[in-house]
Design a protein around this ligand. Sequence first.
Ligand SMILES: Cc1cc2nc3c(=O)[nH]c(=O)nc-3n(C[C@H](O)[C@H](O)[C@H](O)COP(=O)(O)O)c2cc1C
Length: 492
Amino acid sequence: MGTITVRNLADDVKQKLRERAAARGVSMEEEARDILGKSVLSAGAAAAPEGETLYATIRSLVEPHGGFDIALPRRSQSAANRMTLSAKRILLIIGGGIAAYKSLDLIRRLRKRGASVRVVMTSAAQEFVTTLSAGALSADHVFTDLFDRNDEHDVGHIRLSRDADLLVVAPATADLMAKLANGHANDLASTVLLATDKKVLMAPAMNPRMWSHPATRRNRATMQKDGIAFVGPAKGEMAESNEAGEGRMAEPLEIVAAIEAMLDEKPKPLAGRRIIVTSGPTHEPIDPVRYIANRSSGKQGHAIAAALAKLGADVRLVSGPVNIADPAGVKTTHVETAVEMKDAVESLLPADAAVFVAAVADWRTANASGEKIKKVAGKGPPALQMVENPDILASIGHHAQRPGLVVGFAAETQDLIGNAEAKLRKKGADFIVANDVSHASGIGPSGVMGGDRNKVRIVSRTGVEEWPEMGKDEVAARLAALIAERLQATVV
Ligand SMILES: Cc1cc2nc3c(=O)[nH]c(=O)nc-3n(C[C@H](O)[C@H](O)[C@H](O)COP(=O)(O)O)c2cc1C
């Protein structure tokens, strides 16, 4: 089921397919699969072409005057199309959540990178997307039933779990998480997960209340201890109407990046190194509903944590409140205030390096109210008394257990270099990554803080190195390489 034999198509359809495939530089089979995959995705999972034959569907899609004439991008050698997963075998387990439709796109993206994808679907997953869609996109049989005699004879649940380089659960439902955390094996998906000797990556997706439930938190912590990796979930709008919060499945490209990182077997320069990274803003409460914050999005800090993990470091991220997903392969602690961030960082010592990217509030209110402050007519606004927050960079820079390499960030609107040099000396850092957040920088405060680009200078005792403006991921990769270079000079 789901495989496409171009030979069986009518001649006129075959000719049209040949022309389209040649224009994009792909095989006719790949073109047919892409057209079908795109039509399934754009039509929505519920409207998958069930009941029609694959061939009739393809005919309706490629016929010049009949069906939809779907335009697909010309194949390029862009990063998205590099064969980064060539010959890798992924077993994708699709759980029963609304985000299952995104897993169809995930299959397509993994195959474009050279991976072969075998799919297991839970019975709940089949309420959301069809085996026909998953089969067409993976070009393979889709496995659904633990007690299917044919499947058990041909492949078997044990081989299914071992004949893969990586198991990916997307969406990982609260139910699948609970099953694996507690060792249940009462359907094909949970049995395969329990029987595997391979790495497992989970991409959870669920209602924010389900995600924040103590039972789900406990299950996640148990699985993390068992060595299971997680990507996401992110904060944002949920597919259900009027729901927002943490629980949205990571985007397919984020899941692909996590898979690439987990399957990357090249020797890694930061293997065996523990690195602490802080990221995001802090929220300093005024009362239970109001707080003082800043514009930091956490994008740069999270990208640095991910880039260090990619080089093999054991990264411990301490994140303030942000709306982005925890980076894959990184152990993340979530905090709200500067005081909580300092405690979390200290509890993670000793470490080989620490990178302080978080925009920590300099002050907090001394008189935060336990109750919501009421607006009283004629009384005027409340007077907020501010006290200084602990200086996390300075305290770790001068700590008895100071990491071998301490990197600070400085966001300044004036005298960038002068301020960064002063910070370097005062705080005991090895280098400061300085960004100009003034409007004169060309990116501007709301660009650097919240945007996707950054322009930094590396200020150290030996001088100032100016880096050109680039994406935050590129800044992160370059900084991770610099940290690896510095640490390589140190004996483990
Ligand atoms: C419309 C609808 C949407 C659902 N979405 C989710 C979801 O996003 N995440 C989740 O954990 N469960 C979700 N559920 C509940 C699961 O489908 C249910 O727990 C099911 O037993 C999961 O089975 P599985 O883990 O075997 O796939 C949803 C249920 C319905 C009816």
